[in-house]
Write a protein that binds this ligand. Structure first.
Ligand code: ADP
Length: 443
């Protein structure tokens, strides 16, 4: 400040003194005024340069102006730099925060107090079919049109979740979203959405499963209790009693088979995947399978007739890594199905092949009734049957192929079904090559 004052004095005194000396005392005052005006103009020019620098969109280094404008410019520059640094820090924090929300597996939508969309992550955009550029600041209620959501949004009672349909999924398998609004800040709302389609499907499957099991058990139980009542109330002669008891035993056996299949399924689901420590000889598996098949074929053949034409190929000298009991159960389920569904005049062939992709194939081919294409994708569902009465008549539980599929998946393989109505079916189990090895040399 002193420098500025000194400079002003200089601009006043030097011209005044020079005018006094050169032109006399009368010229001193105008010269001093002229000096003051010159100082003012010069000072104004410096101020104007400062303002021009401040107004520039891109603040470069400040102009060199001397005190006090130069000082002011430096101070401004420091303040602005500090502000820029803080702004950059907040922006990067906001970016990190938004990236974290983007990475969330759940949908996150930020709404203002009236429900206008301010921001949403990709998951929420997919859930509700939003496009942030198009829908920014649109009302959420006009874009999420599910009536459950509309009622929930209008209720202002956001203490619970609500299930709405999402944009993904199909008519047969609609996407189910669990959504909840969380108030935050000054009346703003955070809308969280979670895809619960799989959970809902699992829940529906569990309900169906319990209903199916109850139905399957109730039928033989009803028959059994009917027979018991008859035995209790009516005097029967010995042969008739025998016949009733045989029918009761058949129903009890049916329930036992069902319970055994259910236990097998639950064991398959609950136990760890078979590793590579147990190697099973194909020849042994094939022998057991053939023995069982011949026994079953004999029971299915009409009295005095030969029954199915059965062909078992010789097993290759190989071993499979897996659980013997599981593999045996899968193979015998396929062979038993082929025998049960093929009339006794038909033919069943069981064998092994090397598939084109290097996998080892176990196949069971029959000349039975075949299966219509629309049923094939559903055959491995629990309790799914093409012909209910035929399956039950032949002692089927509707769980056989579900067990087969589980077993082959646990062994890293695949179940393939090819069938032509009226001609027959071919069920194949394809095992990955890493689960197959040559028979070890005898020690
Ligand atoms: P089930 O105990 O009823 O045989 P599965 O799960 O083993 O149950 O089979 C499901 C359905 O697939 C059967 O009910 C039957 O309709 C059909 N199926 C299975 N194997 C054959 C086959 N070899 N030929 C014709 N239909 C078959």
């Amino acid at each position: 400040m002193f420098g500025r004052f000194a400079l002003l004095l200089l601009f006043l005194l030097v011209p005044a003194a020079a005018a006094w000396v050169g032109l006399g005392v009368g010229a001193a005052l105008p010269a001093a005024v002229l000096g003051a005006l010159t100082w003012l103009a010069w000072d104004w020019a410096r101020f104007a340069r400062l303002m021009a620098w401040l107004r520039a969109p891109d603040l470069g280094s400040p102009p060199r102006l001397g005190t006090p404008w130069g000082e002011l410019a430096d101070r401004f520059q420091r303040l602005l730099r500090g502000r820029d640094t803080k702004l950059a820090e907040s922006e990067s924090r906001l970016d990190a925060f938004l990236s974290a929300l983007q990475a969330s597996p759940n949908g996150v939508t930020l709404l203002d107090a009236r429900g206008h969309i301010e921001w949403c992550n990709r998951t929420a955009a997919a859930h509700f079919g939003l496009d942030l550029r198009r829908d920014h600041f649109q009302m959420i209620g006009s874009l999420v049109r599910d009536p459950n959501f509309a009622a929930y949004f209008a209720s202002h009672d956001y203490g619970h979740e609500v299930i709405v349909s999402g944009r993904e999924g199909s008519t047969f398998a609609p996407q189910r979203l669990s959504v909840q609004l969380h108030p935050y800040g000054e009346g703003r709302l955070l809308l969280l959405s979670r895809d619960v389609t799989a959970v809902s499907q699992a829940e529906a499957m569990r309900r169906d499963f319990v209903a199916n099991v109850s139905h399957e058990i109730r039928t033989p139980l009803t028959v059994l209790s009917g027979f018991i009542e008859t035995l209790q109330s009516i005097e029967l002669d010995a042969p008739e009693r025998e016949r009733y008891l045989a029918l009761m035993a058949a129903q009890a056996e049916r329930m036992q088979t069902l319970v055994n299949d259910l236990l097998t399924l639950s064991r398959l689901e609950g136990s760890p995947m078979p590793g590579f420590s147990e190697w099973v000889d194909l020849a042994g598996l094939m022998r057991q399978c053939e023995d069982e098949a011949r026994g079953l074929a004999a029971t299915l053949a009409p009295r005095g007739e030969g029954g199915h034409e059965l062909q078992f190929d010789e097993a290759p000298p190989l071993q499979l890594a897996g659980t013997a009991a599981e593999l045996r159960s899968a193979f015998s389920n396929l062979v038993a199905n082929a025998l049960r569904y093929t009339p006794p005049s038909g033919r069943v062939e069981v064998g092994w092949r090397s598939a084109a992709d290097g996998r080892l194939e176990f196949f069971v081919a029959d000349t039975g009734p075949g299966i219509a294409p629309e049923h094939i994708p559903r055959l491995t569902e629990r309790f799914y049957r093409v012909d209910q009465s035929r399956s039950r008549e032949s002692g089927g539980t509707g769980l056989g192929l579900a067990i087969v599929k589980h077993v082959i998946q646990r062994h890293g393989g695949e179940l393939r079904i090819a069938s032509t109505l009226g001609k027959g079916s071919r069920f194949s189990l394809l095992f990955p090559s890493n689960r197959v090895r040559d028979l070890p040399e005898p020690a």
